[in-house]
Design a protein around this ligand. Structure first.
Ligand code: DOR
Ligand code: ZN
Length: 349
């Protein structure tokens, strides 16, 4: 037997960014923004509020509300997005660009939480996509078809064939991010789709397969969309995240919901990972023997793809037990983080 290598006891990364985050609004937002701001320098803020963020003016006002929740002494910059609809006028794109909005989010209508106002037919948005391509705004895609005839577990692969490949062909100069990919098909598509197509990967899709939702009973805190897939897909996602390919980068998709609305007959989709995001990613990369690949994935590739400067500060993760709290206050309700009550192997300093 060979001698085992000494275990890494801490790693210091350039301060990371979260390229896909839900912070909600009001009291809920006040509960979650401090968690993200403690770990990340910037985050791409999803626009699926009720009603959705569809104008530059709304994005600016939302950004101000988020900034007001950042604790004193922490530097955190929300990067704003608009919600693409069938009717979003092309003229709004120039105003959005001037306001500092960096991207638009494409939800197929009905795909997920607050997506009723989403796109019913992507061709209806082509004039707006032309304007985005011209102004250099990114398109962030929730990549699932919504047809009830398509099996829930096949919706991402079907989306690539039916919608993403034509879209990629029709807008060769548009930067597209396939958000929170969950399948081998998506990982392979993005790997081979050229320099203007990227993907974000969540910590939960790197750590868990669909068994997690059903272990010993139904476990609603592991339910998100796109839903966790089988182990072969998880392994393909880990391979992509740890490959050093610059078009795969970190996006938590931390999606808080009140615990009672997840532990419900019709439970909401979303995992709350904002509290312990970097610890979860460290666990996934460590398990793959790829801690040396974490910094580029978490701190370089996303900024490079968005054309933004890399951060200058650092974040240190130590191999120390982190007992994850059972719940946080969430307005009048409770918010249960992923791995509530469990002890994780890494702890952010
Ligand atoms: O699980 C999810 N939750 N997936 C999404 O796409 C939306 C998100 C949310 O906003 O709750
Ligand atoms: Zn999301």
């Amino acid at each position: 037997m060979g001698q085992s290598l000494p275990m890494t006891s801490s790693i210091t990364l350039t301060r990371p960014d979260d390229w896909h985050l839900h912070v909600r609004d009001g009291a809920a937002m006040a509960a979650v923004v401090p968690h993200t701001a403690a770990q990340f320098a910037r985050a791409i803020i999803m626009p699926n509020l009720k009603p959705p963020v569809t104008t530059a003016a709304q994005a600016i006002a939302y950004r101000d509300r988020i900034r007001a929740c950042v604790p004193a002494g922490l530097a955190f910059e929300p990067l704003m997005t608009l919600y693409l609809t069938d009717k979003l006028p092309p003229e709004e794109i120039r105003r959005a660009k001037a306001a500092g909005v960096v991207a638009l989010k494409f939800y197929p209508a009905g795909a997920t939480t607050n997506s009723d106002a989403g796109v019913t037919d992507i061709r209806k948005t082509y004039a707006t996509l032309e304007a985005m391509q011209r102004e250099g705004l990114l398109l962030l895609v929730h990549g699932e078809v919504t047809s009830p005839e398509v099996d829930l577990f096949d919706r991402e692969a079907a989306f690539i064939d039916e919608q993403l490949i034509p879209l990629r062909r029709d807008f060769p100069g548009l930067k597209i991010v396939m958000e929170h990919i969950t399948t081998r098909e998506a990982a392979h598509y993005v790997r081979d789709a050229g320099p203007l197509t990227a993907a974000t990967l969540t910590a939960h899709h790197l750590l868990y397969n669909r068994n997690a939702i059903f272990t010993g009973g139904i476990r609603p805190h592991y339910y998100c969309l796109p839903v966790l897939k089988r182990e072969t897909h998880r392994l393909a996602l880990v391979a992509a995240a740890t490959s050093g390919h610059p078009n795969f980068f970190l996006g938590t998709d931390s999606a808080p919901h009140a615990a009672h609305l997840k532990e419900h007959a019709v439970g909401c989709a979303g995992c709350y990972t904002g509290f312990n995001a970097m610890e979860l990613y460290a666990q996934a990369f460590d398990a793959a023997g790829a801690l040396d690949k974490l910094e580029a994935f978490a701190s370089f590739f996303g900024a490079d793809f968005y054309g933004l400067p890399r951060n200058t500060g650092t974040l240190t993760l130590r191999r120390e037990p982190l007992l994850v709290p059972e719940a946080f206050a969430y307005g009048e309700a409770q918010l249960k983080p992923l791995c509530a009550g469990e002890t994780l192997a890494w702890k952010a300093a």
